[in-house]
Design a protein around this ligand. Sequence first.
Ligand SMILES: [Zn+2]
Length: 511
Amino acid sequence: MSFVITTPLYYVNDKPHLGSVYTTIICDSIARYKRLVGEEVIFITGVDEHGLKIQRTANEKGIEPKTHCDEISKIFNFNWKSWDISFDKFIRTSSKNHELVVNEFYERVKKSDDIYMGVQKGWYCVGCEEFKDNPENSSTYKCPIHQKSLEWKNEENLFFKLSKYQEQIEKIINEPNFIEPIERRNEIINFVSRGLKDFSISRTNVSWGIPVPDHDKHTFYVWFDALLGYVSAISSSEADCSLEKSINEGWPADIHLIGKDILRFHAVYWPAMLISAGMKIPKKVLGHGFLTREGQKMGKSLGNVLDPDLLLSKYGNDPVRWYLIKDISLGNDGDFQDKRFVDIINNDLANTIGNLLNRTSSMSRKWFDNKVPNIQKISSENKLENFAKCAVENYILKFDNYKLDLAANEVLSLAINTNLYLNDNQPWILIKDKNNLPIVEEIIYNVLESTRIIGLLLQPLLPELSSKINEQLGSIYKKEIPWEQQLRWGLLISNSSLPKPTPIINKLEYE
Ligand SMILES: [Zn+2]
């Protein structure tokens, strides 16, 4: 069985923003972690390309929707590569293979007698691609997310019988692990308790979409088609892509990681659609919060949008990953603050982890001829070994529960404790008396060993920094030995040579 994790399929109306970078980095860390603990991972990302909003965006630019989508999806794909995102599948919902899967899925839902023709009347936000429930003063009402007026729609659409699944959906969303965090689950439970209404799955005025097979003027509603991207992605790169093949090769998803604004689609509509098609539902829907900047919502009109490309070129991958993973508790809203960013990177990465490596390798260089000390006897009580074992255990427990911020904190506290161990033992004073040599050898060995484990634990979080640390210790991660085995204490080889030290992280300056 594969472990399937997905980012949302990003809407191609614009290039990736910080929010999409955040979601994708979290997914990347989880995917890397799962691979390290030996699971076969399918990490899916991609783009959602259809719909009225895209059609209009392209029209405004005076180009074909397809041309617009080619352009933006290329940017997304390139962008994730520059962030070193380890995705396995990149799905475009405008691809022929995806269309094939959507049609097969539609046939199944039709066979369950869950599709009928009806009239859709209501106020619609093109930004959300969603009908809004009876807003007050509809003509002046603006969508709170998009700050745009709603449009009145009155057209014949195909409907999906969502109401039929009321009881089943209630049961699913009440499962303790299906929706996380709990605040999000409660919102959904509340929404479902008001009664599920059938929703339209086709449009007659949108040409940029997948044609509904038996209804000439209709294209599929963008959400109906986009959610299926998670399924089609699994076999989309194969010549004989099909719904059946995707099901056999990995479905269902283990986690959909999404922003809280699209939770309803993933936790309510999507499971019902899947049950109707006789398919398994995803195991977990994890809704993360929104990102603000210096406490303010980011927006073009406010002129405070933080460009992730700029962050990447200025600071590199690791600092941005560390801030987003460690400073934001997954599920809560997060805030990006310039000063806090600099402080966190300097304190955690430069002063704590970087400095630890610097001082120990310089001591080894000076006293042990650039080698890992040759330890002669192990003292009965090794405080640092106990710290490290505890940190590894907690880290794994936290990662398994997707508490990435807490896992990151475990690594950091091991580094802090290792620095303290050095300060407490003061090998620079002990070394002055030759009789203390065995004790000093043991201290330095312990510190190097703890640093090696820190490097390994950083692997899913900060892949670049992790490999730099491991290279500095001459203990480049060996793929053939399981990662968890390599986390065992005492594997650093005595008397092995240490490479020439180079700085692994630079201190940042305030702007
Ligand atoms: Zn909206």
